[in-house]
Design a protein around this ligand. Structure first.
Ligand SMILES: Cc1cc2nc3c(=O)[nH]c(=O)nc-3n(C[C@H](O)[C@H](O)[C@H](O)COP(=O)(O)OP(=O)(O)OC[C@H]3O[C@@H](n4cnc5c(N)ncnc54)[C@H](O)[C@@H]3O)c2cc1C
Ligand code: SF4
Length: 493
């Protein structure tokens, strides 16, 4: 039997599937330089270190655990050949290949290989998530009856876009939340010391770790979601409530992205719940679509898009991301209730669900013409589930439209009316979502029109923007509105 190489496990490769056999020797590296280069959310640094250290404890003598400044310095301390499962970023991929480390080609944290996607995409005239999703459902036989979708429809989104109920919370039990242990206490001590010594700085609160960092914790979190929350997932998927940050979302993205759960195990568990009569089809289909559709699509597009994708700036957005946003409104300067609530939730947990990301945070950056590369880097730093592969398509593409429409057919810009319909943020807000100009003008509503005004020429050829641009032409207070928004500059709304 050939000797197995030592497997270098990156911090997002913490599940058992990243070893070829349970007793394969492993290398784990804690690099301080990773945290020095960027100003991460403290909860993210905590999660990654806690994950690495818990994995080291599980692997015991099988693991070489190196603490070093850079990866190169760590590698100097390691003997013998190394192998690594396909890293999840271009930078890490380049790093290991340049140093002659053997790369095991398949992703192992995903259900779709680059070859799978290559075969699907070849000869296609259009790239549509819906087409990809149906292909995934069919080849993995998920929610299928023969060649047809269970219930006769592929997409139950029309049942899943409801506004929130008129109460403060959905009234569900919280998602599975971690209980910290001695390893977490050690991580906290180290982070405090590094900050005190001026080696690193973070944004966000030092809240308790809530996301799983071990396989066992991740399995508990998945089982808890399927049993207690999946049935309510669908209808309020897009809704927001100021006092209910989790809504019925799974909060499993950190565990999935650390490699602690496999996407197929998540969707199989959800399908089983449907077949056992524990969750309705709308909710289960909605969840399956997110995991085996969106997540796999985003992962595949990361590798499929051309290497210059990260530098795209189709809307010529050049404004720097301001400090009050970078620090998650730590000084409480934001008046707009939606933005201040979402930044507070993000400060507390390093996580908010997909609609606050897209329609509150991303929408604001898009409206204000912030540099998409800076916005993408910011999302990467402050979200506990943020990694390069997930950021480029979601932020550069979907949220900031910097790719000019490769990812989505029109920019995700929206005014206060959308936020008002889908949340309870507007009622207590100092602004009025229906007002465009004046002291009570909603900055999202005014910002939407100012965005259209600034980009009218660039968007003129987009048929899906024809109606909004016609609306802009009909605005009687257009000049006044544009002047008002120019005056707002970068100040917190
Ligand atoms: C601007 C923007 C930035 C985002 N940044 C991230 C990120 O850094 N990391 C991340 O994992 N997701 C990101 N997403 C996707 C999505 O918002 C999160 O996956 C989701 O909110 C995580 O919470 P959850 O686990 O409760 O998700 P649920 O609502 O329970 O959804 C189930 C799962 O679907 C997957 N998923 C759904 N949509 C996407 C998507 N577009 N891309 C990747 N996975 C998806 C996630 O793994 C998630 O756990 C981003 C979306 C937008 C619009
Ligand atoms: S009125 Fe405007 S700023 Fe205030 S919460 Fe609603 S959308 Fe946000």
């Amino acid at each position: 039997m050939p000797t197995l190489t030592t497997r270098w496990l990156f911090a997002d490769q913490l599940g058992p599937q990243f070893l070829d056999t349970p007793d394969q020797p492993a290398l784990l590296v804690e690099s301080l330089a990773v945290f020095r280069r960027r100003r991460f959310h403290r909860a993210k640094a905590h999660l990654l270190l806690s994950g690495l250290r818990h994995r080291a404890l599980e692997l015991g003598e099988q693991v070489t655990y190196v603490r070093a400044d850079t990866y190169d310095e760590a590698l100097e301390q390691v003997d013998g050949p190394l192998s690594v499962v396909q890293p999840t970023s271009y930078a890490a991929d380049r790093f290991v290949r340049e140093r002659g480390i053997e790369v095991v080609p398949e992703g192992r944290g995903f259900a779709t290989t680059r070859e799978d996607f290559g075969a699907w995409v070849s000869g296609r005239k259009r790239l549509l998530m819906e087409d990809f999703y149906r292909w995934q459902r069919t080849r993995f036989e998920l929610l299928m009856e023969g060649s047809q979708p269970v219930g006769g429809q592929w997409n139950l989104d029309h049942d899943n876009r409801e506004p929130p109920p008129r109460r403060e919370t959905l009234g569900l039990v919280d998602p599975w939340l971690a209980v910290e242990d001695d390893v977490d206490a050690g991580v906290r001590e180290d982070l405090d010391r590094w900050v005190r010594d001026g080696l690193v700085s973070f944004v966000g609160d030092d809240g308790p770790r809530w996301a799983p960092v071990t396989r066992e914790e991740a399995q508990q979190a998945l089982a808890h979601f399927v049993e207690h929350r999946l049935r309510d997932f669908g209808p309020t998927e897009d809704a927001m409530l100021a006092r209910d940050p989790w809504m019925a979302h799974s909060a499993l993205s950190p565990a999935l992205n650390l490699g602690l759960l496999h996407p197929l195990e998540c969707v199989h568990a959800a399908e089983q719940a449907y077949r056992d009569g524990l969750a309705p089809l709308g909710s289960v289909e909605g969840y399956v679509r997110q995991v085996i559709g969106w997540r796999e699509y985003v992962w595949s597009l990361y590798w499929h898009f051309p290497p210059d994708y990260r530098r795209r700036n189709a809307l010529q957005a050049r404004t720097d991301v301001p400090e009050w946003f970078r620090t998650l409104d730590a000084d409480g300067q934001v008046t707009a209730n939606c933005l201040s609530s979402v930044l507070r939730d993000l400060r507390e947990r390093g996580w908010v669900h997909h609609i606050p990301r897209l329609m509150v945070l991303g929408n604001w950056a898009l409206q204000r013409g912030w540099d998409p590369a800076q916005v993408t880097a910011w999302f990467h730093e402050v979200f506990v589930d943020g990694y390069d592969w997930v950021m480029l398509p979601n932020v550069t593409g979907m949220s900031q439209h910097a790719d000019g429409g490769l990812m989505t057919t029109k920019p995700y810009a929206g005014g206060g009316a959308y936020i008002n319909r889908m949340s309870d943020y507007c009622r207590p807000c100092a602004y009025d979502p229906k007002v465009r100009v004046g002291p009570t003008a909603c900055p999202y509503t005014a910002g939407y029109w100012a965005f259209l005004d600034r980009n009218a020429d660039r968007l003129a050829g987009n048929s899906r923007m024809r109606q909004p641009l016609l609306g802009l032409q009909r605005l009687k207070d257009r000049e006044e509105l544009v002047e008002q928004e120019r005056g707002r500059g970068d100040s917190p709304p």
